[in-house]
Design a protein around this ligand. Structure first.
Ligand SMILES: Cc1ncc(COP(=O)(O)O)c(C=O)c1O
Length: 424
């Protein structure tokens, strides 16, 4: 007899640490493009993409072929022991894709958090400074340093005590919640006044669109003001493109739409279409600030993940996925705006490219996490996998594979519409 979701959940509860959360009490049997089948044979449209990892869909045939070919050659040497060409080829391609008209170099690692950790290490080595400025609502990972930078205590750092020092929190612009761009810039000036001199700050780290923080978009003028502040004070600007990268926003990196370039860019998630790969790309002179041996890791830039990433980049070209991200973004935004026009609970529809979200509020203008959570549950019952996010957990974010068909996208949006009507 095959396992049910319920029986597997019971085994999971006994065997897996409680701190590993789970949004949907489902176990997957298989998946293809934008569809998941659970162990009971139920089918779901996937609007979560494993949290922004599947811009090229589940098991893209081209990615799977590249992985299979790599598996038959070699799966691991450790790049620092015996190197392999796919690592170098991928760094060459990333150097060309990351915005910035300057010489670049790339480091490959395994997870987004590891990329952020290394970006900070590089900025510290290059500047001889230790401080970091990060934003409220920002999310950079679950390791100790990235938890210090992540601007949301519950649940990520709860119960773990104080995180490493030297991280200062600025405000992120959010007109809906009364934070203007001037307020956000002023909060950085306040850090310089109250907490640390600019000459002690190594890096300022920003997501061009906050992911976990609720798909809050940094405007191009705001990013330009951050760039100017960093230039004035010799601070390294780190763009965390772990969630925004790999075409999600309609350009391969969101910073291409911001009119300025970062000094260091972190990437992960959809870059390798479901295989664990991440990295830091940036100005060659910064990237080379650390001596041989200071960067790397046993599995960092694993050859199978590199092969997957190289295939993902080809799929982007062949299937014109950047243009698709823009069209998809228009479709999703249009549907959400139509819903918002007749539903006051949708306080805002926002995003960049196909990184689209809506923020839910109560009638008296307070964040409504209960509605968001009910919507996620009801949508699952109707065959749609959704994710919430946001500082108040009241934002529904759409991370549809860019390879999903229009029919699948409309079907998913129909489910959201039906759920909102039932929850009315
Ligand atoms: C913007 C951003 N940075 C960093 C991370 C951490 O990535 P990982 O979970 O691979 O460590 C995430 C993960 O959601 C993210 O969205």
């Amino acid at each position: 007899m095959t396992d049910s979701n319920e029986s597997l959940m019971l085994r999971r509860e006994q065997a897996v640490a409680r701190g590993v959360g789970q949004i949907h009490p489902l176990f997957i049997e298989r998946a293809e493009n934008a569809t998941i089948w659970d162990v009971q044979g139920r089918q779901y449209i996937d609007f979560a993409g494993g949290i922004a990892v599947l811009n090229t869909g589940h098991c893209h045939p081209k990615v799977i072929d590249a992985v299979k070919r790599q598996l038959e050659l070699y799966t691991h040497t450790c790049f620092q022991v015996v190197a392999y060409e796919p690592y170098v080829a991928l760094c060459e391609k990333i150097n060309a894709l990351v915005p910035g008209d300057f010489a670049k170099k790339t480091l490959l690692v395994t997870t987004g958090a590891e990329a952020l950790e290394n970006a900070v290490k590089i900025a510290r080595a290059a500047t001889g400074r230790a401080g970091v400025i990060a934003f409220a609502g920002g999310y950079h990972g679950r390791t100790m340093m990235t938890l210090a930078m992540t601007g949301k205590v519950m649940p990520y750092a709860s119960g773990m005590g104080l995180m490493p020092g030297g991280v200062f929190r600025a405000r992120f612009p959010d007109a809906l919640h009364g934070v203007s761009e001037d307020d956000a810039i002023d909060s950085i000036e306040q850090i310089f006044k109250n907490d640390a001199e600019p000459r002690d700050i190594a890096a300022l780290v920003v997501e061009p669109v906050q992911g976990e923080g609720g798909f809050r978009v940094a405007s191009a003028p705001f990013m330009q003001r951050l760039r100017a502040l960093c230039d004035l004070h010799g601070i390294v600007l780190i763009a965390d493109e772990v969630q925004t990268g790999a075409g999600r926003t309609g350009s391969f990196f969101a910073m291409q739409q911001m009119g300025v370039t970062a000094d260091l860019t972190t990437f992960a998630k959809s870059v390798a279409g479901g295989f664990p790969l991440a990295g830091v790309c940036g100005r060659a002179e910064l990237m080379d600030a650390i001596a041989p041996g200071g960067l790397g890791g046993t599995y960092a830039g694993n050859p199978v993940a590199c092969a997957a990433a190289l295939a993902v980049l080809e799929v982007f070209e062949e299937e014109n996925l950047l243009a698709r991200a823009r069209t998809l973004g228009d479709m999703l935004t249009h549907r959400l705006q139509q819903l918002a026009a007749g539903d006051k609970r949708i306080a805002e529809v926002r995003g960049l490219g196909a990184m689209v979200a809506c923020e839910l509020m109560t009638g008296d203008g307070h964040p409504d996490p209960e509605l968001a959570s009910s919507l996620v549950i009801k949508a699952r019952e109707k065959g749609l996998i959704l994710l919430s996010c946001g500082q108040y957990a009241n934002v529904i974010r759409l991370l549809v594979p860019l390879t999903a068909t229009d029919v699948e996208v409309e079907a998913g949006m129909d489910i959201i519409e039906a759920c909102l009507a039932e929850l009315g």
